[in-house]
Design a protein around this ligand. Sequence first.
Ligand SMILES: *[C@@H]1O[C@H](CO)[C@@H](O)[C@H](O)[C@H]1NC(C)=O
Ligand SMILES: *[C@@H]1O[C@H](CO)[C@@H](O)[C@H](O)[C@H]1NC(C)=O
Ligand SMILES: *[C@@H]1O[C@H](CO)[C@@H](O)[C@H](O)[C@H]1NC(C)=O
Ligand SMILES: *[C@@H]1O[C@H](CO)[C@@H](O)[C@H](O)[C@H]1NC(C)=O
Length: 505
Amino acid sequence: MLPLLLLLLAPQGCGARYEPTWESLDSRPLPPWFDELKFGIFIHWGVFSVPAFGSEWFWWYWQKEKREPYVKFMETHYPPGFRYEDFGPLFTAEFFDANQWADILQASGAKYVVLTSKHHEGFTLWGSKYSWNWNAVNLGPKQDIVAALATAIRKRTDLRFGLYHSLFEWFNPLFLYDASNVFNTRQFPTAKSLPELYEIVTKYQPEILWSDGDGNAPDTYWNSTGFLAWLYNDSPVRDTVVTNDRWGAGSICKHGGYYTCSDRYNPGHLLPHKWENCMTIDKQSWGYRSNTKLSDYLTIEELVKQLVETVSCGGNLLMNIGPTHDGRIAIVFEERLRQMGFWLKINGEAIYGTKPWRTQNDTITSGVWYTFKPKDDVVYAVFLNWPVSGTLELGDPKTIVGETESCLLDMCDWKEGQDTQEGLKAYCSMTIRFKVSNQSLTKANINSVSLVEIKPPGTIIFRGQGRLFSVYINPTPQSKKPKPNQTKKSPTTVNDLVQSNVNCM
Ligand SMILES: *[C@@H]1O[C@H](CO)[C@@H](O)[C@H](O)[C@H]1NC(C)=O
Ligand SMILES: *[C@@H]1O[C@H](CO)[C@@H](O)[C@H](O)[C@H]1NC(C)=O
Ligand SMILES: *[C@@H]1O[C@H](CO)[C@@H](O)[C@H](O)[C@H]1NC(C)=O
Ligand SMILES: *[C@@H]1O[C@H](CO)[C@@H](O)[C@H](O)[C@H]1NC(C)=O
């Protein structure tokens, strides 16, 4: 009896093996680290960063679709007969400093990074055996970019390292041949995409494999299930690797690891399956563009909004930057990254390691989003705008007079922002922390910025009169540092304040 019993139990344990079928692969639990970390940075870098015009789809728009702005751009700036391949040597990366990139990424508060190891143009940022003379070691940077960034990230930061990989390549003759046979031949995946995937996993051990670009070919053409079974069963990252859902036509939002569904996906409501909102700071492009206007970049307020909405609805945010051909993270991207880091230093407690609450956004006040830490019985209400009226009304935390505990995470000047050492104009939206029990009742003291009224059942009113930030607030248990004396001002009028300085524990 015993051996049979063990045999039956084995597949449930850590020795579980996955079959190359979606049914089996989809049953793999997502490694928990991914949901806990919430926020990553996407990096789109490649030969498309050389023309740096329009989009990282430059080659396709210029040569295949022959879009006018692209054709004109080439006529104006490059000699006749210039080919896309001729951009390769111009991808110089002379200012690329992987350590500096790592430090900026760390400062953003992100907990993982995903680099385009190869985009649809086919140029590999590592010295691939399968990308002869069209890779960063032989051409352009003359160094293994993937290795350099992986090493710097792992040595200097606590971020997890991930790789994006495009299955198809727009103009690869083998791919075009297979496409002309309606994918009944499989020369390209056999000779190119699959060997590359095994190569990057084995060499760089990425903990995220962000697949993209199915080229309208089914997953059977790509042998995605065969590859994923190897990845989950036998690869060096089998215990920790996380994958997305772009593994062949029809697999998106349906199969694989977490769902991405579409670019810039942000449904605004809770989803039952783990998902990720991959989006760009430059609203129009993933690759760097020289021809941007300031208004093309999302502001820090808009970026924080994306993060908060996404996390509240059970997603992760993957925020994209596009470095320049010479290896710089442009100052505007660096500023946004550092601003995110500043916001997260104060409000990160409401982001990292949280779960969705029973409701996502407030029913009375728009722009208030909830997150939840079940283990600590804590609910966070992140409010993205300070109400002009000076009153914030919340409809969802269930309250009991005298028993509801809330706490503002931190304070900074709402109107003026705050200049930090880095010279940043920071953005400080606010988070209220509630202590709850049994997911619905809230309990204990009140501690708030200025005035709190509780109107049971179900409404808490915060009132600020626009003078909120001249009020001293006790430090949260997370940051025990005393506040600098300058913030410890008395309220200007008695009405501004009914209750403050209640201990925030
Ligand atoms: C798909 O991949 C698996 C695992 O590497 C392999 O055993 C199988 O032969 C492949 N199938 C095809 C059709 O290439
Ligand atoms: C909550 O969010 C949804 C989705 O963004 C939106 O349609 C709805 O209006 C929001 N509710 C409030 C009260 O703002
Ligand atoms: C929690 O709430 C549920 C539903 O309201 C109730 O049945 C249960 O007894 C509560 N548990 C505790 C420990 O209070
Ligand atoms: C802050 O004020 C307290 C009390 O007035 C004083 O003892 C302390 O030295 C001050 N700290 C600083 C940094 O000015």
